[in-house]
Design a protein around this ligand. Structure first.
Ligand code: FES
Length: 136
């Protein structure tokens, strides 16, 4: 038990040093988690590490009224899914197509090099969901 507690403490301290407050906030309190039935757009992608993300979009009056996500990935992937759905909300589909990996990274206050691919996964997944909207 003590070993487990020590391991958790070490993990939290490691996280604290490496990630911005924004990343920690979105990882621990993710926004927009879940799915949308009969969405206007859906996208799913899997990263080279094996983590998968899915994004659902609801478009009303030409703007993204709801954007939700799911992932089986780590805390950083959760933070990226949370942020990318926040960024997409309120935008037109064409405006949301401008949201790329760099925009997600800037909005999160950066990520360590080994986690940059989590932002790339979120950007690719959003793009797939947006393309699905355009094809419908
Ligand atoms: Fe691979 Fe986040 S997507 S660790």
């Amino acid at each position: 038990m003590d070993t487990e507690k020590e391991a958790i403490k070490k993990y939290v301290l490691d996280m604290w040093g490496k990630y911005s407050e924004t990343v920690l906030d979105h990882a621990m309190n993710p926004r927009n988690v879940g799915s949308i039935s009969e969405p206007d757009g859906f996208g799913e992608d899997t990263s080279e590490c094996g983590d998968t993300m899915a994004i659902w979009l609801r478009v009303e009056d030409g703007r993204i009224a709801r954007a939700t996500f799911w992932t089986d990935g780590c805390g950083t992937t959760i933070a990226c899914g949370s942020m990318v759905t926040e960024l997409a909300k309120g935008k037109t589909v064409n405006e949301a197509l401008q949201i790329d990996q760099e925009k997600i990274l800037r909005s999160l206050g950066g990520l360590p090099e080994e986690s940059v691919h989590c932002a790339a996964l979120a950007a690719r997944t959003l793009r797939k969901a947006l393309q699905d909207c355009l094809e419908k």
